[in-house]
Each structure stands twice: as C-alpha cells, then as structure tokens.
Design a protein around this ligand. Sequence first.
Ligand code: FDA
Length: 396
Amino acid sequence: MAASSSHYDVIIIGAGAAGLMCAATAGYRGRKVLVVDHANKPGKKILMSGGGRCNFTNLNSTPANFLSDNPHYCISALKRYTPQDFLELVDRHGVEHEEKAPGQLFCKTSAKDILNVLLTECEWAGAEIRMATSITQVQASGAGYKLKTSSGALSCESLVIACGGLSIPTMGATGFGYELAKQFGLSVLPTRAGLVPFTLHPELKQQLAPLSGVSCPVEARCHNQYFKEPMLVTHRGLSGPSMLQVSSYWQPGDEVHINLLPAQKIQEDLFALRKSKPQSTIAQYLNQHLPKRFAQAFNELQGWSRPLQEYRNLELEQVADTLGNWSVKPAGTEGYRTAEVTLGGVDTRQLSSKTMAVLEQPNLYFIGEVVDVTGHLGGHNFQWAWASGVAAGNAA
Ligand code: FDA
C-alpha cells in the first residue's frame, strides 16, 4: 500500500496504560505509530489509580499474582519486562516514589507523573496520539487493516487492541475489544467484575451499619486463596484490600471466610484467659485486639455477654471458631461501577505469549486488561499492562 498521511505501520486502539507503553516501544523501533481513543484524555484510569497516586508496579510480582484460565500464558511477557525495568524508566524520568506496603510502589506526588512518563516516551518515540476519535469499523485488508473513524479513514499494517475491560464505564470503558475479538473469530471468556467491594443482604448490612468506616487487619479466604490485609466496613457492605482480593475468586452464592484475629491463637488465648481471669469477658479480649468500635459491635452481634468462667469448653471453641472463621455470604458485588478490573476476556490460548499476536489472524494483537489475565491488588495489573504492551510493541 502506498504510504499516505492516514497510513501507519501500527495503529493502537486505546490510550491507556498498555496502549501507551506499546506505542512508545513500537515508536522507538522506528515504526510509524498512531494511538486512537474515543475518550477526551489519555490514561484516565492511570490518573484515578492508587487513590490518585498510582500503584504503578509491585517489586514482588510473580505469575502467581495473576488469575487466568491459562495461567502459564503471562509468564513469558512478565519475565521479559520486569517491575525493575519499569522502575528504571520511572527513575530515569525523576519520578519520586515510595513503597507503601511491601513491594507496592506508589508515586509520592501524583499519578500524573506516571502518565507524563508515558506521554513523554510516546513523544520522544514519535508516536502520535489522537483522542476523541471513535472507531466505527475495523476490517482486515490484505495483510493489514482498514479503520473507519470519526476523524476519517485510517489504515495500518499492524493493529493492536488495548481498549481495556468493562470496569468504570464512566471513565470510557467499553466492550469494544471483546467485540473486535469476536469479529475476528476469537473466543472471549465470560467477564465479571474483580477487585470489587461486596454488598450484603439487608439483615447483616443493618447489623454492621454501626461499623461503617471501621477498618481492621484480617485474613480473608475464598476458594483456598488467603489474603492477610485490612478489611473495611462500608455503608454498602465489605471492602478494603482483603475483600477486594477475595472478590476476584468469589462466585455468587459462595461464602467468604474471615479470620478477625489472624495474629492470635484465639482458642488458646480464650482458654488461658478463662483460667487467669475468669471474670473477664469476650468483649474485653476483643477490645485488646480489634478496633474498639468493631470489637463492641461484633460482640453485640454475637450476643457474647457472660463472664468467661460461664462458658463451657465447647462454647469457647465455638466462639474461637466464629472469630477465626467468620463466614459471610455476600449478596453480590458492587459490579463494574466500582470494580478495579475485569476478569475473563480474550482467551489467551489464541495468542502468542511472546508477542501477544493472534495466532490465526496476521498482524492483530491484544494487550492489557482486555485479555484474560488479571492481577491481584497491589500494582500487578499495571505491571501486566507494561509487560504486555512492551511485548506487542517489540513485534507489531
Ligand atoms: P485502560 O482501561 O487503562 O485503557 C483502555 C483505553 O481504551 C481507555 O483510554 C479507553 O478510553 C479506551 N477505549 C475503550 N473503549 C474504546 C473504544 N470503543 N474506542 C476507542 N477507545 C476505547 N492497577 C494497578 O496496578 N495499580 C493501581 O493502583 C490501580 N488502581 C486502580 C484504581 C481504579 C479505580 C481502577 C478502576 C483500576 C485500577 N487499577 C490499578 C487497574 C488498572 O487501572 C488497569 O488494570 C489498567 O488501566 C489496564 O490498562 P489497559 O491499558 O489495558 O486499559
């Protein structure tokens, strides 16, 4: 095809984390790159991430931090572009950062710093970014692609789909990437909201209402996945890192098991306390180890009012079990409205794990959240966006 102002070597749909990373990488290889996005500004999710400070990677990220129907798929890209590689880029741009929790790196000032790194890299690499452009048609044409857009017709040799998942529709999320995958005959695994707060049935919601705003360190479990992180009671249900983490493993109807005192040997403690201070109460024990408001309300919820000496062994064992294995059956989740990620997506069995290219369709690539690779909370999802973006950017 003759070169024209509307012809590019690489067109990337989606100016988010993965798309911008891919654009800079391909641009540095000398490819003529265009990123198109229907939103008015690039990288909106980067700006809202990590409470406005962007948890941009996790130094301890391993493939075990990712959910996928094809768990080995992510290994190659993650190995070839590591958290240290992204950290080196961030440092080269002089972005100040801090490790807020083990391995979790956040911007010290603002998530804007990370977006600026990506936009600067795109500029240096000569990649063009065209916002507020909707794509109305994508067609294979010879070995390349033709696109109809609100800003005119475009064509390219390689097409990269980086339009993310369904979470936070108000930030521009659409199912366009899945539709394109289906258009090219790819299978898309069922999608659902991940890293999302739980909603509760009315009775428990009402009982926990006085605890709204209280956070405590717990160990939460669902389908044998354990997360020792804080839990937050909200006026809608249960949130906080531990709940967001288990939500990615939760299916409707499942129970979530919560150890409210993961640092204690609860049964041993209660038996010893009954012996040493028979007049003391469970409320007093809870007060020592949980935030006071939580201790009081949880104690009331369970109706534990007698002195310890009045509890028989079996009863104390039951109390210990309730505290160490509090089972809650959520009504549901808050859904895509507040979910940080979308689980499921383009089935990775149809993609090259080295380049992210579709195996059966020449020069078509899927990267970032649109594919069936979803990270745990803590910077892993951006690490996947960077790694998959670089993998495709080196090939497209
Ligand atoms: P992303 O969603 O970033 O970009 C997709 C782009 O495609 C968007 O610009 C969108 O406008 C565009 N697009 C969509 N449909 C289109 C269409 N039809 N036509 C044209 N363009 C289209 N992760 C992490 O590691 N650390 C963190 O701190 C956080 N924090 C966080 C907070 C909140 C509130 C959310 C919602 C998410 C996070 N995440 C996170 C997750 C992280 O934001 C997410 O995994 C990445 O942004 C995914 O990058 P992508 O580039 O794949 O999609």
